[in-house]
Design a protein around this ligand. Structure first.
Ligand code: IMP
Length: 172
C-alpha cells in the first residue's frame, strides 16, 4: 500500500519546470530527439516536453530485465525499439529513476550503436546509494534515499503509476 509522500506533485511540477529551462538552454540550433524509456517515463516525458518551446521529436524505447537472478549489465531485453533515425542527432534520454544504473547503461549502449551526435540523460529521480554501474545523469530532478517508490509513472507490479504524488511503497 501507499506510504508517505516522498516527492509531492508540487515538488514534481517545480522540478519539471526547472529541468525544462535547463534543457531548453542546452538545446543548440538543431532539433533534438527525446527518447523516453517506457513505461515509467510517461508522465515525466509528456510534462517535460510540453514546457520546451523548441522543435523536438519524440520516441520511446521499452526494455525489460531478465529477472532478479541476472541483473548484471547487459541483462536487459529490448521490448520496443525506437523508430526515429537518430544518426547525427542530439538525443535526450528520459528516465523515471536511476537505481543500480544497469538499465540506463544498456539503453545508452543501444542508442549509441545508432551513431547519434550526442546522448544526454535526463532522470527525474536517482538513488545514488544503490549504484552498481556509474552513469552520467546530465539533468536530474532529485536524489532520493534507498526507498522503493511508486506514483507519477513509477509502478510496483504495474500498479500505482497513476498516483499523482511519489510515495514510498509500504509492505501491506
Ligand atoms: P536500474 O537498472 O537498477 O537502474 O533500474 C532502473 C529501473 O528499475 C527503473 O527504470 C524502474 O523501472 C525500476 N525501479 C528502480 N527503482 C524503482 C523504484 O523505487 N520504484 C519503481 N521502479 C523502480
Amino acid at each position: 500500500m501507499l506510504g508517505r509522500v516522498v516527492v509531492s506533485r508540487d515538488e514534481i511540477a517545480s522540478m519539471v519546470s526547472r529541468l525544462a529551462v535547463e534543457i531548453e538552454a542546452d538545446i543548440a540550433g538543431r532539433a533534438p530527439v527525446f527518447i523516453g524509456v517506457l513505461k515509467g517515463c510517461v508522465f515525466f516525458m509528456t510534462d517535460l516536453v510540453r514546457q520546451i518551446a523548441k522543435p523536438i521529436e519524440m520516441d520511446f524505447v521499452q526494455v525489460s530485465s531478465y529477472g532478479a537472478s541476472t541483473t548484471s549489465s547487459g541483462s536487459v531485453v529490448l521490448v520496443k525499439d525506437i523508430t526515429v533515425d537518430v544518426r547525427d542527432r542530439d538525443v535526450y534520454l528520459v528516465e523515471d529513476i536511476v537505481d543500480t544504473g544497469t538499465t540506463l547503461t544498456d539503453v545508452v549502449r543501444l542508442i549509441d550503436a545508432r551513431h547519434p551526435r550526442s546522448v544526454k540523460v535526463v532522470s527525474l529521480l536517482s538513488k545514488p546509494s544503490r549504484r552498481q554501474v556509474e552513469v552520467e545523469i546530465a539533468f536530474l530532478g532529485t536524489e532520493i534515499d534507498d526507498l522503493f517508490v511508486v506514483g507519477y509513472g513509477l509502478d510496483h507490479a504495474e500498479r500505482y503509476r497513476n498516483v499523482p504524488d511519489i510515495h514510498v511503497l509500504q509492505p501491506s
